[in-house]
Design a protein around this ligand. Structure first.
Ligand code: NAP
Ligand code: 3JN
Length: 340
């Protein structure tokens, strides 16, 4: 018999993503019976509010998942690698926000506006992977273009907010900005260089091919989500001194010609997309306007005059909501509607 309510665990509940997951579960009225908040020993004694009540944070261990139906993970890849299989073994379906299982052939990688049907594959491992934030917002906008004109190649440059690197990274931007205005020492911990008033072409670690892991996540995850390995993707990921909202400059080449007007019309109808594109009135998506929103905003839609069948866009979304928490809760909503 179908349950009316589900026991939900949030692993990494005290983090930048975890706290927003709680907000999104509450806002969307997800049918939660019992909520279990899990974090590290550092959070022992902490309490978080959920639906008007103070809920104690528990320390994650192998017994944390007894009776849990759905476990939302955002405590880093090492924690997911170790505990998602344990949670799945105890009967919970895991929605994992880390890169630990994204490219695993038996784990679906899902953006509900793009490949909701892939959720059916969760039965193999009991795990569904949530893509990287920069990939999510890009594929939501690419999907209608690909369906109509078949994308051959994507060139993307990102402008990623510090919230993507966690709470301490946001604190570092705030501290450095204040310090630079008051002549104090700039402290560097989370980023290898000063982030305030700067742009760092370096997100996650460098790989042998000269790209960063973040850049290769965008390359590999895009093909898996779109279900088309023929799409060629190249990415440059840049951290910018913005607190929330990732922006992306995206260039695509398609097999069939699409005018800017046709692309705009497709994007206007696309699920989860809001087109903000009226340059005559300086209207285009801005990170500051997209924070706390769940949609993907697209603007500056124009033809690339340097190639055949090329288009340029500017794509912005709240990286912690649509890029992580909202996408995970949307997956859980489909899971309970169609599968549990
Ligand atoms: P964060 O603000 O640093 O929070 C980390 C969370 O993980 C905290 O709740 C922390 O608990 C918990 N944690 C850390 N070590 C733990 C341990 N040993 N046992 C149990 N809990 C532990 O980081 P965040 O920005 O929320 O990101 C967390 C993870 O989510 C990232 O590492 C990444 O894998 C994923 N993420 C995904 C996306 C995406 O693109 N979809 C975006 C951002 C992040 P304490 O407070 O007790 O330390
Ligand atoms: O830096 C960003 O803007 C997004 C960061 C995501 C992130 C941070 C630490 C570890 C990830 C991710 O989701 O890809 C991971 C990871 O799980 O690899």
């Amino acid at each position: 018999m179908k349950k009316e309510k589900y026991n939900v665990a949030v692993v990494g509940a005290t983090g930048a993503v975890g706290t927003v997951m709680l907000e999104v579960l509450e806002e969307r009225n997800f049918p939660v019976d019992q909520i279990k908040l899990l974090a590290s020993e550092r959070s022992l004694g902490a309490r978080l509010r959920f639906r008007g009540k103070e809920v104690p944070v528990e320390v994650l261990d192998a017994n944390s998942f007894k009776g849990v139906d759905i476990a939302l993970f955002s405590a880093g890849g090492t924690i997911s690698e170790r505990f998602a299989p344990i949670a799945a073994q105890s009967g919970a379906v895991c929605v994992d926000n880390t890169s630990a299982f994204r490219m695993h052939p038996e784990v679906p990688l899902v953006v509900p506006e793009v490949n909701p049907q892939a959720i059916a594959e969760y039965k193999k491992m009991g795990i569904i992977a949530n893509p990287n934030c920069s990939t999510i917002q890009m594929v939501v906008a690419l999907k209608p273009i690909h369906d109509k004109a078949k994308i051959k190649r994507v060139v993307v440059s990102t402008y990623q907010a510090t919230s993507g690197a966690g709470k301490r990274a946001m604190d570092e931007l705030a501290q450095q900005t204040q310090a630079l205005f008051s002549g104090e020492e700039v402290k560097k911990q989370k980023f290898p260089h000063q982030i305030a008033f700067n742009c760092l072409p370096h997100i996650d670690v460098f790989l042998d091919n000269g790209y960063t892991k973040e850049e290769m996540k965008m390359v590999n995850e895009t093909c898996k989500i779109m279900g088309d390995d023929s799409i060629k993707v190249t990415a440059t990921c840049v951290r910018v001194p913005v607190f929330g909202g990732h922006s992306e400059s995206v260039n695509v080449q398609t097999e069939k010609k699409l005018t800017a007007r046709e692309a705009r019309a497709l994007l206007e109808k696309a699920p989860g997309v809001i087109v903000k594109d009226d340059v005559a009135h300086n209207v285009y998506p801005l990170a500051v306007d997209c924070v706390n929103r769940d949609e993907v905003f697209v603007g500056r839609i124009r033809e690339d005059e340097s190639v055949e069948n090329g288009l340029n866009f500017w794509i912005v979304a709240d990286n912690i909501r649509k890029g992580a928490a909202t996408n995970a809760v949307q997956i859980a909503e489909i899971l309970i509607k169609d599968y549990l």
